[in-house]
Write a protein that binds this ligand. Structure first.
Ligand code: FAD
Length: 300
C-alpha cells in the first residue's frame, strides 16, 4: 500500500482483515490531507463531527487491529512490471505480490504569508466540506476556473458575501457557470487581483490584496479563504510506469491501473468528488480487487 490517507488506510483495513500480509508505506503525511483540518462534519458515523487528526488516528488504529504494518517513509521508485512488484524506499527494496497506490493529491498553494499557518483555521480547500461553517460569514475565493466559480456559488448559499479574487482579467470558468455566479447578488469579482497575505491571529480575519494593473493594495475583511487554484496529483513516482497526461493525472480510469496486481484508490483517481467518504469507498474496492486478483478468481 502506498499512502496512509483515508483511501490507503481503508484499503489496509480490508486487506489485513482479508488475511493479506499488509504493509503501508505512509509517505510524508500519515493520515493524509484530512489530518490537516480541525473539524470534519460530513463523515458518516460522527454526528457531532470529529477532528481530522482523530479520524485519521481511528482509521490507522482500525487497520492495525487486523495486523496492518506501517513504514513511515516515502516510496521513491517503483517497478510495476517486475514480479514480485518492487518498491524502493530510498535504498531499501520492498517486494509485493500486489500493490495499491493511494498517494492522493496536493492542493496548489499561493505561497503567501499566513496561508500554511491558517490552513484549517479559516483557510480551506473544499466548499463541499466546509461551506456550512461559513453561514452568515464573509468568504474570499481565490481562483477563476470552473471549480472556483462552482465553489463560490455553493458558498453563497451560506455566506453573507463571497468575493472571488482572480489574477486575470477574465474568468476561465465555462460561460454557464460564470453567468450563474455573475447573477448571484452575494458574489462579487475582483479581477487582475492577487492575495499577498492571509491575515489573522488564531483564525483568518482579513486578506491583503494587490491589483496587478494599478498596484493598489487593500485589506478586505474575511472569515474564510477558499483556495481554488487547482490540484496536483501525487503521481511523480508513477511516471514511466503508468500512462499520465500532461498534468500528471493517470489516464486509465478507475481502480484498475491496467497493470496486473496494481490497483489505484482515493483522490489520486478522483477529479470530481475528493471526499473522505469517496476515498474510503475506493480504498475498500481496491483492496477487495487485490484480494480477488491474488486468489486468482475472476473479478465479478
Ligand atoms: C484542509 C482540508 C480539509 C478537508 N476537509 C474535508 C472534509 O471536511 N470532509 C471530506 O470529506 N474531505 C475533506 N477534505 C478532503 C479529504 O481530506 C481528501 O478527499 C482525502 O484525504 C483523500 O484521501 P486519500 O487517501 O485519497 O489521499 P490523501 O489524504 O491525500 O493521502 C495521500 C497519502 O499518500 C501519501 N503519499 C504521497 N506520496 C507518497 C509516496 N511517494 N510514497 C508513499 N506515500 C505517499 C501521503 O503521505 C498520504 O498519506 C479536506 C482536505 C483538506 C486538505
Amino acid at each position: 500500500m502506498l499512502g496512509a490517507g483515508p483511501a490507503g488506510l481503508t484499503a489496509a483495513l480490508y486487506a489485513a482483515r482479508g488475511k493479506l500480509k499488509t504493509l503501508v508505506v505512509t509517505g510524508p503525511m500519515v493520515g493524509g490531507q484530512i489530518a490537516l483540518t480541525n473539524h470534519v462534519d460530513n463523515y458518516p458515523g460522527f454526528p457531532d463531527g470529529v477532528s481530522g487528526p482523530e479520524l485519521s488516528d481511528r482509521f490507522k488504529a482500525h487497520a492495525e487491529r487486523f495486523g496492518a504494518e506501517f513504514l513511515d517513509a516515502e516510496a521513491t521508485k517503483i517497478d510495476l512490471a517486475s514480479r514480485p512488484i518492487r518498491v524502493w524506499v530510498g535504498e531499501k527494496l520492498l517486494e509485493a505480490k500486489a500493490l495499491i497506490v493511494a498517494t492522493g493529491m496536493t492542493h496548489k498553494r499561493l505561497g503567501v504569508p499566513g496561508e500554511d499557518r491558517l490552513l484549517g483555521r479559516g483557510v480551506f480547500v473544499c466548499a463541499t466540506c466546509d461551506a456550512i461553517l461559513y453561514e452568515d460569514k464573509k468568504v474570499v475565493v481565490v481562483g477563476g476556473g470552473d471549480s472556483a466559480v462552482q465553489e463560490a456559488i455553493d458558498l453563497a448559499k451560506y455566506a453573507t458575501s463571497v468575493t472571488v479574487v482572480h489574477r486575470r482579467e477574465d474568468l476561465r470558468a465555462c460561460r454557464c457557470l460564470a453567468d450563474k455566479a455573475l447573477e448571484d447578488p452575494k458574489i462579487r469579482f475582483l479581477y487582475d487581483t492577487v492575495v499577498d497575505e492571509i491575515i489573522g491571529d488564531k483564525r483568518v480575519s482579513a486578506v491583503r490584496l494587490r491589483n496587478l494593473k494599478t498596484g493598489e493594495v487593500s485589506v478586505e475583511d474575511a472569515d474564510g479563504v477558499l483556495l481554488a487554484i487547482g490540484w496536483d496529483p501525487n503521481t511523480s513516482i508513477l511516471r514511466g510506469q503508468l500512462d499520465l497526461d500532461e498534468l500528471g493525472y493517470i489516464k486509465s480510469d478507475g481502480i484498475d491501473s491496467g497493470k496486473p496486481g496494481v490497483f489505484l484508490a482515493g483522490d489520486l483517481i478522483d477529479r470530481k468528488y475528493r471526499q473522505v467518504a469517496t476515498s474510503c469507498g475506493s480504498g475498500c474496492a481496491a483492496a477487495l480487487e487485490a484480494i480477488t486478483w491474488l486468489e486468482g478468481r475472476p473479478a465479478e
